[in-house]
Write a protein that binds this ligand. Structure first.
Ligand code: UDX
Ligand code: UDX
Ligand code: ADP
Length: 480
């Protein structure tokens, strides 16, 4: 029986291993983590992350061939294949701060693997890491190996949160990078055999190590670039009277461009896009390619611009002041169907509104109050993000409240900002909400989920990203 051990029971490690266990009953999969609380949660109910379909998958194989444990050394030493899926946040201090990936967790994982291994292992890089990390890890492993052979593979994960299980069941592709030596090829084949339990062979791509590592950064950079491109267009649409949805549809019909990932929004968030682009920028700079670095940096700058543009629109529409006004925030997660708030645009929008002394009432169906407080109090590293404000002052903290539902959040509010595209926000009783609000009542739809005409018929003044402006907004001062 093949044994797999995964280091890191996070958003990537947890769902990926659960699906491998489900699809490969002959393989024993143990997910380990240094966090006892996380492992306890994976062994309990509810699971530590919200992901549609995940519960069913975990419940059907937990205790059979899927295990969650804190006994890291035991399971690493017993495994044939070790996936490393630990966190790689952006460095906040030292060389490359604000851009380079912090590989502390990775390095300590590699040293531990070298220390406890008593048989040959395949070590699979699963978390996104800078190009050439595999080489560094290989050095750590081989210099501490005691005669044991390690093969390093890069097998980047492409799942998106909210659709992780679907993406894992039917991946567009599985990418495996390895050394081009007989041992390297053997290791690639061993991992290929795991995926071949459910992924058609023509979707399993094999490359050299560095191509696999770079492909992950490139794919995320291209995806983020599409969003920044359509968001840049959204500003121009508002200025000219074009409708970004119509433009995106027309553009996406070109089969060379394709229709997906062209939804204008208040900005992209999530743990990957910004981190991976910053990483790419850093690698370009280190390799003497400043023009390429600047090209990709612009994708983040437009994203920051989009968030500040949204805040400016809110403030300017409401007579240039939101001071003391209650603003309801509907949605805090970085996208629907997840409770994850990493890099969510809601953090910057809330901080922007709080900076203008608004009272903010937040409702999100999956994000806890504690998480929101932590996010708003967090100090952002000082890269050249104009919008990332300082942590909130104690007075600003008092301006934030949490609501149990959208109706409570919007009660007596002057305005509503929709920041996550949760399905339930499409179905709210907006006539009831309008009744409970101060007048004029504003809706700022950062995800284009509401039917603006219907809301206008009720009496709302509605701003939708990239759409022809409400007559009210046209008369307001221009947004920078
Ligand atoms: C992303 C990649 O899609 C995935 O392949 C990779 O493995 C990890 O990073 P994720 O961050 O989970 O996944 O979600 P994704 O669906 O890509 O959305 C990222 C952000 O872009 C969200 O804030 C989302 O709301 C935003 N977005 C997405 C848009 O604003 N418009 C779009 O058209 C699509
Ligand atoms: C383009 C658009 O494709 C077409 O829809 C529009 O109506 C007019 O402009 P055209 O300029 O004739 O058409 O050719 P196209 O095939 O788009 O190529 C433009 C340039 O891009 C060429 O120099 C081509 O060599 C280059 N190219 C194209 C690349 O370098 N790489 C590619 O992957 C594709
Ligand atoms: P991702 O979104 O990439 O999955 P997460 O932050 O959700 O990232 O998960 C990473 C997990 O890795 C965390 O639960 C963290 O506790 C765990 N971790 C970090 N270092 C180690 C290590 N050396 N051994 C085991 N687990 C680790």
């Amino acid at each position: 029986m093949v044994k797999i051990c995964c280091l890191g029971a996070g958003y990537v490690g947890g769902p990926t291993m659960a699906v491998i266990a489900l699809k490969c009953p002959s393989i024993e999969v143990v997910v380990v983590d240094i966090s006892v609380a996380r492992i306890n949660a994976w062994n309990g109910d509810p699971l530590p992350i919200y992901e549609p379909g995940l519960d069913e998958v975990v419940k059907s194989c937990r205790g059979r061939n899927l295990f969650f444990s804190t006994d890291i050394e035991k399971h690493v030493s017993e495994a044939d294949i070790i996936f490393v899926s630990v966190n790689t946040p952006t460095k906040t201090r030292g060389l490359g701060a604000g851009k380079a990936a912090d590989l502390t967790y990775w390095e300590s994982a590699a040293r531990m693997i070298a220390d406890v291994s008593k048989s040959d292992k395949i070590v699979v890089e699963k978390s996104t890491v800078p190009v050439k990390t595999a080489e560094a890890i290989e050095k750590i492993l081989t210099h501490n190996s005691n005669g044991i052979h390690f093969q390093i593979l890069s097998n980047p994960e492409f799942l998106a949160e909210g659709t992780a299980i679907e993406d894992l069941f039917k991946p567009d592709r599985v990418l495996i990078g390895g050394r081009e030596t007989p041992e390297g090829r053997k290791a690639v084949q061993a991992l290929k055999d795991v995926y071949a339990h459910w992924v058609p062979e023509d979707r399993i791509i094999t490359t050299n190590l560095w191509s696999a590592e770079l492909s992950k950064l490139a794919a995320n950079a291209f995806l983020a670039q599409r969003i920044s491109s359509v968001n840049a267009m959204s500003a121009l649409c508002e200025a000219t009277g074009a409708d970004v949805t119509e433009v995106a549809y027309a553009v996406g019909k070109d089969s060379r461009i394709g229709p997906k990932f062209l939804n204008a929004s208040v900005g992209f968030g999530g743990s990957c896009f910004q981190k991976d682009i910053l990483n790419l920028v850093y690698i370009c700079e280190c390799n003497g390619l400043p023009e390429v670095a600047n090209y990709w940096k612009q994708v983040i700058k437009i994203n920051d611009y989009q968030k500040s543009r949204f805040v400016n629109r809110v403030v300017s529409s409401m007579f240039n002041t939101v001071s003391g006004k209650k603003i309801a925030i509907l949605g805090f997660a970085f996208k629907k169907d997840t409770g994850d708030t990493r890099e969510t645009p809601a953090i910057d929008v809330c901080k922007g509104l709080l900076g203008d002394k608004a009272k903010v009432s937040i409702y999100d169906p999956q994000v806890t109050e504690d998480q929101i407080q932590r996010d708003l109090a967090m100090n952002k590293f000082d890269w050249d993000h104009p919008i990332h404000l300082q942590p909130m002052s104690p007075t600003a903290v008092k301006q934030v409240s949490m609501a149990w539902d959208a109706y409570e959040a919007t009660k007596d509010a002057h305005g509503i900002c929709i920041l996550t595209e949760w399905d339930e926000f499409k179905k709210l009783d907006y006539a009831r909400i309008y009744e409970g609000m101060q007048k004029p009542a504003f809706v700022f739809d950062g995800r284009n989920v509401v039917d603006a005409e219907k809301l206008r018929a009720i009496g709302f003044i509605v701003y939708s990203i990239g759409k022809p402006l409400d007559p009210w907004l046209k008369d307001m001062p221009a947004v920078a």
